[in-house]
Design a protein around this ligand. Structure first.
Ligand code: SF4
Length: 258
């Protein structure tokens, strides 16, 4: 009998953030959180201001069935205002919850680099950085130095060519156009160049879609087909849920609290 792929779940022990590079210009999380600023009692009463949510720290330990967990979908765990000790606590929970696969994504490679030696890197923690154009290619350099079992690059929104991006020691690239009302168009030649770079380097390539009102609204075909490559299975203790069973989270799940 074929195993059922685990569901996706967001987990936000931190919410809120500030812009750090061009990819942040139309941040979906900010757009969502700011809708509720000033509404008394609402979870996002303080909009996108950075807030620690320690009451949510141990949630994954209570989820009994294996899940793919998108960590801090409403912010950036490596934001400079998140204390070192708090980041360590988040990693300690991930280390303990071995039955889930955690996907951490940051645009703050400097903080990642400095904290990385203090963090445990169990096989169920997959680490990624956003590289939206060659301007931020240095993030991939930092990621290579992180001892995660699976290293991935998010090229969403793709804002420039990445044909020359060095993909050594990178396992997976997930690309996509921008979504939202003020989206910037992604050029087909940028996507083709990145895909061909991945194929040449033996790196798994996933294309989430051209963007649109929501991701995928303008289709997911690139040169007549969908691209759902995934990295080779990573050994994690989660009853058969491995990187092989990853499907890319639909955007509608990303701002779901927890
Ligand atoms: S780093 Fe991520 S969460 Fe923070 S502002 Fe930029 S896009 Fe938004």
């Amino acid at each position: 009998m074929q195993a059922v792929a685990p569901r996706w779940q967001s987990w936000n022990p931190v919410t809120g953030c500030t812009h750090v590079s061009a990819g942040c210009a139309h941040c979906y999380a900010e757009r969502f959180a700011e809708r509720w600023r000033g509404l008394p009692g609402h979870y996002y009463e303080h909009g996108f201001d950075l807030m620690l949510r320690p009451e949510r720290l141990d949630l994954p330990l209570h989820w009994r069935t294996p899940r793919h967990v998108f960590v801090t979908s409403m912010g950036d765990l490596f934001h400079e205002e998140v204390p070192d000790e708090y980041v360590r606590r988040v990693f300690a929970v991930m280390q303990q919850a071995r039955h889930h696969v955690f996907h951490v994504l940051t645009k703050r490679e400097g903080r990642l680099l400095s904290l990385s030696p203090q963090l445990p890197w169990p096989a169920n923690v997959h680490m990624g950085v956003t590289v939206e154009s060659m301007v931020t290619a240095g993030r991939a350099e930092v990621l290579r130095a992180v001892p995660a079992t699976v290293r991935h690059i998010s090229a969403e929104p793709l804002l420039g060519p990445l044909d020359e991006l060095d993909l050594r020691a990178i396992d997976w690239v997930i690309a996509g156009g921008e979504s939202g009302p003020t989206r910037r168009p992604t050029r087909p030649e940028w996507l083709r160049g990145l895909r061909d770079n991945c194929l040449a380097a033996g790196v798994a390539f996933t294309f989430k879609g051209w963007g649109g009102r929501v991701q995928g609204a303008q289709g997911r075909l690139l040169d007549g087909r969908e691209w759902h490559d995934r990295p080779a299975a990573a050994p994690v203790d989660n009853d058969g849920a491995t990187a092989d069973s990853v499907t890319v989270a639909p955007q509608s799940t990303l701002w779901d609290v927890p």
